[in-house]
Design a protein around this ligand. Structure first.
Ligand code: PBG
Length: 335
């Protein structure tokens, strides 16, 4: 290129392509559709029960009939996948979280209720971790000092994964950050014939202050003593996230997740650039609550801010996002 053709202002005006709606649409690099959304749902006991979660305004726990109704709603909205989390009654919790292995626990019953309602029209992603079932609120088995044991926990996670796969789960999502669990779960699924059950690993999950409302929703906040820093990652680290992702992929993860979402988009981008695999992010409960608090305070327009944040996940490289705003956003996108 000669200097004569080395265009500068005013030949180059980046505002030109922004000047009309049609031109902005034509030049848009990232699009958000309902197919990018995974909708997390909280399951509770009973019939006809809807329990609003006060720290997550607009989000409720639903009994099985309500879960089935949400599944139909999601199918109609074009949302491809639901993520399930159980609110386990205190009397079903124990130190070893053995309710996770009960074939009739809330999680398995919810999977079956969704199948009865919508068949295979939607994917069901199930969380694998013991915290909804333990009396101490940690994600694994603990020793006398309260340390979360890795290998004994992984054995439980294998049983939990098989239990969910038997009930019809499509995507097993280990969220506990134990070492080695993806490979051992994959092997167990293969041996049991669940060759098409996927694993979406919470590969880079941080010990975050953004999970508080979720712990209310599953009923573990009051139980949890201490924190999860011996297994979840230090928010200061990103090279370590790449090691976590590399290991989980080597062990057979089909896709990986980064969690929380917005404060960790740099991690999403690094993972996507390094590994070129499907990356998902979880816009977690504290992020949702912050947006809703801003809306309630009159300092943000919900629709605009939700669309902007979810578009940012796509721009950073996400294949999809777990968000409590999923149904609302899908309605917006569907007009
Ligand atoms: C636990 C789990 C957590 C979330 C998903 N799975 C909480 C935690 O690690 O304490 C958080 C999700 C959210 O905050 O929305 N295995």
């Amino acid at each position: 290129m000669t200097a004569a053709y080395h265009a500068r202002y005013p030949a180059i005006r980046l505002r030109r392509t922004r000047s009309t709606p049609w031109s902005r649409a034509l030049h848009r690099e990232t699009t958000l559709t309902p197919a990018d959304l995974i909708w997390p749902l909280f399951v509770t006991d009973g019939v006809g029960v809807e329990q609003p979660v006060s720290s997550l305004p607009g989000v409720s726990r639903w009994s099985l009939d309500g879960i089935a109704a949400r599944a139909k709603e999601a199918v109609n909205l074009g949302i491809p996948c639901l993520a399930l989390f159980p609110h386990t009654q205190a009397e079903r919790r124990s130190a070893d979280g053995r309710e996770a292995l009960n074939p009739d626990n809330l999680m398995c019953s919810a999977i079956r209720a969704i199948r009865d309602a919508v068949g295979q029209q939607i994917g069901v992603l199930t969380d694998v971790a013991l915290d909804p079932y333990t009396s101490h609120g940690q994600d694994g088995l603990i020793d006398d000092a309260g340390y979360v044991l890795n290998d004994a926990t992984v054995e439980m996670l294998v049983g939990q994964s098989l239990n969910q796969a038997e009930a019809g789960a499509d995507i097993i999502a280990p969220s506990d950050m134990m070492d080695g669990r993806v490979g051992i779960i994959r092997e167990a699924l293969e041996n049991a014939g669940h060759i098409n059950v996927q694993i979406m690993s919470y590969a880079a999950k941080y010990a975050s202050a953004f999970y508080g409302p979720f712990r209310d929703a599953v009923g573990s906040r009051g139980l949890l003593k201490g924190d999860k820093q011996t297994y979840q990652m230090d928010p200061a680290n990103s090279e370590e996230a790449l090691r976590e992702v590399a290991l989980d992929l080597a062990e057979g993860a089909d896709s990986v997740m980064v969690k929380p979402g917005l404060p960790y988009l740099d991690i999403v981008r690094r993972v996507k650039e390094r590994f070129a695999v499907p990356v998902f992010a979880y816009q977690v409960s504290g992020e949702y609550a912050m947006i809703e608090a801003a809306v309630a305070a009159g300092t943000a327009d919900r629709d605009a801010i939700v669309l902007e944040t979810l578009t940012a996940f796509k721009r950073a490289g996400c294949s999809g996002v777990l968000t409590y705003h999923a149904a609302h956003v899908a309605r917006l996108l569907n007009g």
